[in-house]
Design a binder for this molecule. Sequence first.
Ligand SMILES: [Zn+2]
Length: 255
Amino acid sequence: MKIYFLGTGTSQGIPVVGSNHSVCQSTDLKDKRLRVSVWVTWENNSIVIDCGPDFRQQMLTSGCLQLDAILFTHEHADHTAGLDDIRPFFFKQKSAIPVYAHQRVLESLSKRFDYIFDNENKYPGAPSVTTIEVKNNFPFSINDTEIIPINANHGSIQVFGYRIKDFTYLTDVKSIEKEEIEKIKGTKILVINALREEEHSTHFNLQDALNFIHLVQPESAYLTHISHLLGFHEEVQKKLPKNVFLAYDNLEITI
Ligand SMILES: [Zn+2]
């Protein structure tokens, strides 16, 4: 299985528009972070988790040639706003792209992208999707591979993370119940959000993420959904435990 980090930034991305913060002005490519998303491939499968506003650019940079499904974590724009840009995959593959999400998220997307979800009066240039509701405690399959939804909280809203074999991806988490952590145990690679050092009402800060990694005990952990306020990639990485890494855009790992 290959995991390719398409984007590792928080909702505004880094650099932040109009910012003269030193991290936003850094020339280190590892300090340039598009909105958060990951591309996962195994056997003949090629899926993305989330499809934010940088999706088009991410697909071009990563060289992704096939999109079999999108798994959504939640409905916020930094995770969903690129949905229209699945059009080239739809035209090429000539079949609707399966979209997996919580029912609430499917409803939210069908309002914002009504022309994509409306099967009756469809504009010919619009992409088509098929929708699959994700429910907590109901694992599902993509071509015989089991995907386990992991339920967590992003402040007052629910979010799903996903476990695919030995890989677990969670973002926008502020709290998570013990029984959900049990579902993650034994995972080799864990991706978890770490916004900044200071507390935040809807996101894990760095210490929250490190505490969570300590509970899960993966072989290695990668931090994502990073704010410029966390600091320079190179400096933050030096402070982390030996099996914890700051993810960066275009990082590829193999399990
Ligand atoms: Zn987010």
